[in-house]
Design a protein around this ligand. Sequence first.
Ligand code: IPM
Ligand code: MG
Length: 362
Amino acid sequence: MLLNLTVLPGDGIGPEVTAEAVRVLQAVAGKYSHQLQLTTQPIGGAALDATAGDHPDALPQETIAACLASSAVLLGAVGDPKFDANPPAQRPEAGLLRLRKALGAYANLRPAICFPSLAYASPLRAELVAGTDILIVRELLSGIYFGQPRHTEGQSPHRIAVDTMRYTEFEVERIARVAFDLARLRQKKLLSVDKANVLDSSRLWRSVVTRISADYPDVTLAHQYVDSCAMLLAAKPTQFDVILTENMFGDILSDLAGAVVGSLGLLASASIGGPVGLYEPVHGSAPDIAGKGIANPLGAILSAAMLLRHSFRLEAEAVAIESAVQQVLESGARTGDLAQPGEIARTTQQMGQQIAHAVTQR
Ligand code: IPM
Ligand code: MG
């Protein structure tokens, strides 16, 4: 099969971790006789630098065109503090939000799984996190990230800033169906998370999810307020199966879920629903550790597995990567974020090499 991918390394640790994901994809392609065809393009701060001058652009037209012409997109991370004072439209993050929109990627799947060999790495007690296997389904193209009006007006100290959390029934329905369909393939437990005691958009959310649930009588639906869900994620993470939630709540809860399972560096994601899927680790650009070779590449590598599964239906290949990750972790290899005091941490590259090797040996 032709694996025609656009790679967007982005900023900070993005290039380091995507290089390892590509290394692992090369190993998969070699072993399963696929042809890997890669096009690399800038996004985020890297794109702002590349287009500096009159029209700095965090998502240049060539980048969008390359993504739309490929079968899937693998992204590292965006964000660089040097652009913090830029106008909103010229921040690295704006490039990522526009890309998600351009790809129609409304469904963001963020699995948070506790690898048995890493239960000790959680800030929670190992016996409490062992067995955690959560899928967060985050709505990605609407809500407060995109709602209008949004602006800042007036002069300091009297400025007013407005963001709008807005949902249409259609937007809630389409993400709810994705979550119900995925719950059917798992434990058939769906928790819809909202703030319906305060927000109108959440009351709409809850009523639409409830209406859709009639089409899925085999799935058990429950509703939870987001504050209470955050508490339960830290207190009883094993009780969750699929969590369905809106854009910003999903952003927040997925970072929390990353900490619960040991490191945000482990979390992968798939953003699907449009013609071309986008795959990226949940972690950010981590500028403080960029270029040091200490970043955890597992989130990016596991995102490559999701890419093979969701964009190419290559289930065996996806499982090969996931099993290789599990095997390498069981062998004791860890990057610094997961190493215990006294353990020698592997570099980003060493982890990537070990996983690529484990894939070829399977
Ligand atoms: C994420 C990130 C992004 C988001 C940022 C970089 C725009 O935090 O993917 O979780 O908020 O969606
Ligand atoms: Mg986030």
